[in-house]
Ligand binder design. Sequence first.
Ligand SMILES: NC(=O)c1ccc[n+]([C@@H]2O[C@H](COP(=O)([O-])OP(=O)(O)OC[C@H]3O[C@@H](n4cnc5c(N)ncnc54)[C@H](OP(=O)(O)O)[C@@H]3O)[C@@H](O)[C@H]2O)c1
Length: 281
Amino acid sequence: MIQGLSRKFSTMGCTALITGATAGLGSEFAKQLAPVAARLILVGRREERLGELSASLKKSFPSLRLDTLKADLSLSSERLNLSSRIIREQIPVNLLINNAGLGDLGTFDTAEWERIAPMLEVNVTALTHLTHLLLPMLRAQSPSGILNVSSVAGFYPLPEMAVYAATKAYVTSFSEALRMELAPEGINVTALCPGPVPTEFFDVAGRNGETIRAMERTHPSLASTPELVVRQALIGLERDKPGVIPNPLLALLVRGSRLLPFPVIREAIRLGVGPKRPQKV
Ligand SMILES: NC(=O)c1ccc[n+]([C@@H]2O[C@H](COP(=O)([O-])OP(=O)(O)OC[C@H]3O[C@@H](n4cnc5c(N)ncnc54)[C@H](OP(=O)(O)O)[C@@H]3O)[C@@H](O)[C@H]2O)c1
């Protein structure tokens, strides 16, 4: 039966595990949760950055408990190590923020498998695996929350971001179904679907070290700051919203476009009228 108990998940006093906490949206989640959370578990590959973020949060919020866990989420063994530690140490995680993710910009035929494979692993497999591994803990700590960082790219098939957009379509679809399954257990599930945000994302997504000037090519009214994206995401999760598009104009465009027949959208994308293609420097 898929009908709800009253769910009252709140970030107040939460224990949150944040993946991809070394940069961009992930470190912003840590900063915005720090004043209200009881404990944060910061996950990423760059240990030094995790240490720096943890030290600066500890300075501002001395009573906050902080753990840093170095993990390459593209590896199943490291995902298993991470969850074993949470369970062994009985860390009472009641908020899972599946934020780590990466893109690869360019045509599919010119893509290197060495870039596609980790993108699929991190964006899709790690998000699903960590949710599966930590669900017993989230259930035990209910009311709980799962915030999956998807993208507005997940609403459209995007040439030159074909695999990335498909991974985000997966994240949004998975999150919608999961929220229906978990609603009776007091576990909120929200998919965050931002448009362009100035983070390191476009540096990582550019091939051969090229910087992608996507932010410069994006109309300012469609972009959002990390601060706003994270604030809207946390509000949306607490209000048990299925999805959050943290920019009102983009939200309107996405909702409007979803009323159109798909062949119209396909043609618009084909003509380049859809989401702007990133330009190489
Ligand atoms: N920026 C945008 O325009 C935008 C728009 C829509 C959605 N998003 C989504 O937002 C999320 C956060 O991206 P961002 O914009 O903040 O990008 P970012 O600044 O590049 O941060 C990405 C984070 O993911 C982590 N990560 C990448 N590969 C990893 C791996 N193998 N193992 C562990 N962690 C890994 C990185 O940590 P380490 O490198 O230290 O491991 C980093 O902390 C992503 O899911 C992205 O798809 C971004």
